[in-house]
Design a protein around this ligand. Structure first.
Ligand SMILES: [Mn+2]
Length: 402
């Protein structure tokens, strides 16, 4: 049985912090077409999409349409099961709205930490049985069972267990997740696979994930994953990686900001084939590492001089000076409309005699520091309400980080 693993599509994403507002949708469309082609050519039996389908709770209609078209093609009109969980960027209920249309075609969507769904889908050449968070797939004489755990916030975990004595609300996030995934399966299978959207403790970030969960310590200890799982297929971290023997992040399908271009420029899907003695797997490139170029220039004028060369690929431009000439920037952006993913300028050096150089920062309180920072950046005093909100959020984040 061949399993294709992908995650973190972030459909509808606009490339981050770039002054340009470059929509990634057309890039995403090209990559998803590639994934469909790989699934067909490799004769994949089941596709697993481990969360963050969309970039926001309320994705643009073009992104929804692209998702619907892609899963329809991946499922080959009901011949190939597609298993989907929601990520921290997805609206769980939003994703679930298409379930009535998809379920009987073998496109299975899981969005709840504890599901009570029961369903039996008899496809033309496969058989799927769903009991709660467990799914059993049988195809061509082979079987695999999956435990499907979407991203779950503390709030949702707590809500899910009111009225259920199995879980104690006072348990930690780690203990709750461990309890959930340690449930005994209601059926047998040749292979047991955990699918989730979760931040594993020894995982390496690519650059845009952490702020998605700022103020929370949703770090799950990999040692808590039961030995009974042969494979763990995850979403959330955007850098494709293997942790230990059996834990895999497919990574995202496109870099989301400059840090991700620099740390994790190449993108992959993986195809797993569980067998009698463990599993084999293959990574297939869906985006070459040099697809997006980062180019550095002394000034805007020297970038303009290379315009023909820059037009040949997607490019992120770094200018080693502060932005002074807006007209040249407009000209450059117009010339590179199709190619410019982002542009950044050097931030001006602090002027001599600056407050921050003269003062012992250690001796200031949070509030004094924030007021000074604001004055420095904005050239005026912050109003008291803003200071109050900032301090409150700072304290919440500090509190939750422990
Ligand atoms: Mn993500």
């Amino acid at each position: 049985m061949k399993i294709l693993h992908t995650a973190d599509w972030h459909l509808g994403k606009v490339f981050e912090h770039s002054q340009v507002n470059f929509s990634l949708l057309e890039e995403q469309r090209r990559i998803l077409e590639k994934i469909v082609k790989i699934a067909d050519e490799e004769r994949v039996d089941v596709v697993v999409i481990a969360g963050d389908i969309f970039d926001s709770y309320n994705p643009p209609n073009e992104a929804r349409l692209l998702f619907n078209e892609t899963i329809t093609e991946l499922s080959k009109q009901g011949e190939r099961p597609v298993v989907i969980i929601s990520g921290n960027h997805d609206s769980p209920e939003g994703l679930a709205t298409i379930k009535p249309l998809t379920a009987n075609h073998g496109i299975i969507i899981h969005h709840l930490p504890v599901s009570t769904e029961e369903r039996h889908i008899r496809g033309r050449n496969f058989d799927v049985e769903i009991k709660g968070n467990w799914l059993r797939l049988e195809k061509g004489g082979e079987s695999a069972i999956f435990f499907l755990l979407p991203f779950v916030s503390e709030t949702r975990l707590n809500e899910a267990f009111i009225g259920d004595n199995l879980l104690d609300k006072t348990l930690s996030y780690n203990e709750k997740i461990e309890k959930l995934i340690s449930k005994e399966p209601p059926f047998d299978g040749d292979t047991r696979i955990l699918v989730s959207h979760i931040f594993i403790d020894s995982g390496v970030e690519a650059g845009s994930e952490k702020k998605l969960i700022l103020g929370s310590s949703y770090l799950f200890e990999s040692s808590r994953i039961p030995e009974s799982f042969d494979l763990v297929l995850l979403g959330h971290l955007h850098k494709s990686q293997r942790i230990g023997e059996r834990i895999f992040y497919s990574g995202s399908i496109f870099p989301m900001n400059l840090a991700e271009i620099e740390r994790s420029p190449a993108k992959y899907v993986s195809i797993f084939e569980p067998g009698k003695s463990g599993f084999s797997y293959e990574e297939i490139e869906i985006l070459p590492g040099d697809y997006v170029r980062v180019r550095e220039f002394e000034d805007l004028e020297s970038a303009l001089r290379e315009i023909e060369n820059l037009k040949t690929s997607l490019v992120y431009i770094k200018i080693k000076r502060p932005l002074t000439n807006h007209e040249t920037l407009v000209e450059l952006r117009r010339a590179l409309r199709e190619n410019l993913l982002g542009i950044t300028f050097e931030v001006p050096e602090l002027v001599e005699g600056d407050y921050f150089e003269k003062t012992d920062l250690e001796s200031l309180t949070d509030e004094e520091l924030f007021r000074e920072f604001y004055r420095h950046q904005m050239g005026k005093d912050p109003d008291d309400r803003l200071v109050e909100v900032f301090i409150r959020i700072l304290n919440e984040v500090r509190h939750e980080a422990h």
